[in-house]
Design a protein around this ligand. Structure first.
Ligand SMILES: *[C@@H]1O[C@H](CO)[C@@H](O)[C@H](O)[C@H]1NC(C)=O
Ligand SMILES: *[C@@H]1O[C@H](CO)[C@@H](O)[C@H](O)[C@H]1NC(C)=O
Length: 409
């Protein structure tokens, strides 16, 4: 009986999916970089991607930590090579292949990402990797790939999930197994490849994502709208305890530079991705960014919070005053960094009320002593000193976010 059970378990783990934990040689901190999709959709080529890589250097983005230059969908031929079964880069778009482009990006001291899909096709109808995980992972390794975004389109019907997963753990769902197969194939490669599960917040990925990849998408695709920003903050906050070193809720690629977001909304977009420790993958034609937009995405103190090597957890909502209302999404967050305790306040509503918090309500701050309040956006201390028992009030512009470090004096 026991032997039979073991035999069954053994067979089922072979048939139903391999597994390997994600590499600890990469992906400890949220990825900082750029991706082609929000900027260009499928209209990509070597020149555009190399231009972005060069702009990382010329605009000072590399200096503040942006590293990944990521190729999204529509880079391949529609058919695999009939002899080798490998995915073939579109020679019109990539005359030097992906390897040739990767070499040039590496020569700039940057890293390169590619895209595939845990189905038979990518979302735009190019070859997917389901059933070809090993050969595709080996190909990406040979090309020098450092990051894989793995999408979720064209899933064959027999891979659909049951309404509840085997054993109550979504790690054993068919969705998770599709992503685990590529994780195992990547783990077998000599090159550490950061692994993004682009699973659109399905199959309770926040419960098992860390066992399979370094980051996982919490939703469908982003849009350059205030409603997307507030809704994804809400979604992320609901599962914020899943974010830690090597494990990041991904709020999707940035929209700064796209659409009609106000400058305040772009500040909130960047600050929230930073303090919730999402990957920050820029998604626009970098040459068109204004100096105000560049100042937002290059803010060193917010980037340092996002990339803190000693603190893996994100900022979390706190009750700012004893009478503070509950809002959706929350407006007041606090979190620790190597520098100390931080407070972030988003003005989400049309309420005219001033934003106020009592210092002793900030988790970890304590109930005694005096504090200076340091503005992370401007890099300067506000005037005055506040006792732990005091309240602090600030006028926040519509849809803007303030970011503070509280320093004991
Ligand atoms: C779905 O069918 C394919 C082709 O027969 C097979 O390789 C795969 O294992 C099946 N998937 C599941 C979850 O049973
Ligand atoms: C926050 O923004 C709203 C508009 O959304 C504005 O009416 C309100 O005055 C702002 N709140 C504060 C405290 O500045």
């Amino acid at each position: 009986m026991i032997a039979n059970t073991l035999l069954l378990l053994g067979i089922s783990s072979i048939v139903r999916g391999q597994s390997a934990p994600p590499s600890t040689l990469t992906g400890k901190l949220p990825a900082l970089g750029w991706n082609t999709w929000n900027a260009y959709g499928g209209n990509i080529n070597e020149a555009k991607i190399l231009a972005a890589a060069n702009q990382f250097v010329s605009l000072g983005l590399k200096d503040v930590g942006y590293q990944y230059v990521n190729i999204d969908d529509v880079w391949a031929n529609k058919a695999r090579d009939s002899k080798t079964n490998r995915i073939v880069p579109d020679p019109a778009k990539f005359p030097n292949g992906i390897k040739g482009l990767a070499d040039k990006i590496h020569a700039l001291g940057l890293k390169v990402g590619i895209y595939s899909d845990a189905g038979t096709n990518t979302c735009a109808g190019y070859p997917g990797s389901l059933g070809n995980e090993d050969i595709d992972a080996a190909t990406f390794n040979e090309w020098g790939i450092d990051y894989l975004k793995y999408d979720n389109c064209y899933v064959p019907g027999n891979w659909s999930d049951a309404s509840s997963p085997p054993g109550g753990d979504w790690y054993n769902s068919n969705s998770a197994i599709r992503f685990r197969r590529m994780g195992a194939a990547l783990a077998a490669q000599p090159r550490p490849i950061q692994y993004e599960l682009c699973i659109w917040g399905q199959a309770n990925v926040w419960d098992w994502g860390a066992r399979v990849g370094h980051s996982w998408r919490m939703s469908g695709d982003s849009s350059a709208t205030w409603s997307y920003i507030t809704s994804i903050i809400n979604t992320n906050v609901a599962h914020i305890s899943s974010t830690k070193f090597y494990a990041h809720n991904d709020m999707d690629m940035m929209e700064i530079g796209n659409g009609a977001l106000t400058l305040q909304e772009q500040r909130t977009h960047f600050a929230a991705w930073a303090f919730l420790k999402s990957p920050i993958l820029l998604g626009t034609d970098l040459s068109k960014l204004s100096s105000a937009q560049l100042a937002i995405i290059k803010n060193k103190e917010l980037l340092a919070f996002n990339q803190d090597p000693n603190v893996g957890t994100a900022a979390v909502p706190f009750k700012a005053t004893s009478s503070a209302p509950t809002t959706s999404p929350p407006e007041y967050y606090s979190g620790a960094s190597s520098k100390g305790t931080h407070v972030f306040i988003i003005n989400t509503s049309s309420s005219a009320a001033t934003k106020t918090f009592t210092l002793s309500n900030v988790p970890g701050l304590g109930t005694s002593g005096n504090y200076k309040i340091h503005d992370m956006w401007t890099g300067t201390d506000l005037s005055g000193t506040y006792a732990a028992t005091a309240s602090f009030s600030v006028n926040v512009a519509p849809h803007d976010t303030v970011a503070y470090l509280l320093k004991k004096v």
